[in-house]
Design a protein around this ligand. Structure first.
Ligand code: ZN
Ligand code: FE
Length: 255
């Protein structure tokens, strides 16, 4: 049976996600922004929490761990490089490691840049990726602990996932991301289509994720720093892609 997902809101603009394996009954929370909405989602779906897969150490991704672990005695999996900054870690992971949620098999992808040890989790058979604050729909995370070149490489790894991979990110930032993206690629048709879809979803009170990697490649300027239209728009012909990315990220920070 296919994996099931429960997506819900936490804190002011975070997403919480539960990944459930119906075969074994295992359920993982991807990050734990705060305990109460995770508990409500578990109660609503009748699932039992067995695992927490942490993408990075920021408080809005880890604040619920202690309470959830106390109530569910779940396993906490966290990036090796950040384990010392995350509470109650049972298992540390890095690039290429396997992670199981019941019968669901995931692999760990190092995606540093937002934080130095940030990881993403990719479940190939399910075509699901959990990317924390590295990739957002039509945007990407701020480069806080790493540098622009590091973040660009991380985004390239996610861009290389199969086009039909559905990805879940840490925040509902899509509408603001679209406003900025239009300043970079005002004539991008895929972006215009996505903007209409997002306006519709938000008006209906629906989340704008998951999105697919294939759709993002066409519309997200932060995955397009090596595409001619974007390079030209930024006036950076001849520059390496990571520098184009860096300039775009700087502009977004000021936007
Ligand atoms: Zn973060
Ligand atoms: Fe965050």
């Amino acid at each position: 049976m296919a994996a099931q997902i429960n997506l819900f809101r936490c804190l002011s603009d975070n997403f919480g996600v539960l990944l459930h394996d119906p075969q074994s009954g295992a359920t993982a929370a991807i990050d734990a922004p705060e305990a109460a909405p995770v508990e409500a989602a578990l109660a609503g779906s009748g699932w039992r929490l067995t695992d927490i897969l942490v993408t990075h150490h920021h408080g809005d991704h880890t604040g619920g761990i202690v309470e959830l672990k106390r109530r569910h005695a779940c396993r906490v999996v966290a990036p090796r490089q950040e384990a010392a900054r995350i509470a109650l870690v049972d298992e540390t992971v890095g690039e290429g490691d396997r992670v199981r949620v019941g019968a669901l098999a995931g692999q760990v992808i190092d995606t540093p840049g937002h934080t130095a040890g940030h990881v993403s989790y990719f479940f190939a058979a399910e075509k699901l990726a959990f990317v924390g604050d590295t990739l957002f729909s039509i945007g990407c995370g701020r480069v806080i602990e790493g540098n622009a070149e590091m973040m660009w490489r991380s985004l390239l790894k996610l861009r290389d996932l199969p086009d039909d991979t559905r990805f879940y990110c840490g925040h509902e930032y899509t509408a603001a991301n679209i406003r900025f993206a239009k300043t970079i690629e005002p004539h991008n048709k895929a972006l215009a289509t996505r903007a209409e879809e997002v306006a519709r979803f938000l008006a209906a009170g629906r989340p704008t994720i998951p999105a697919t990697i294939g759709a993002e490649k066409a519309a997200n300027p932060f995955l397009r720093a090596d595409v001619a239209e974007v390079v030209q728009s930024l006036g950076l012909a001849g520059s390496p892609a990571w520098k184009v990315f860096a300039e775009m990220r700087e502009r977004k920070n000021r936007f």
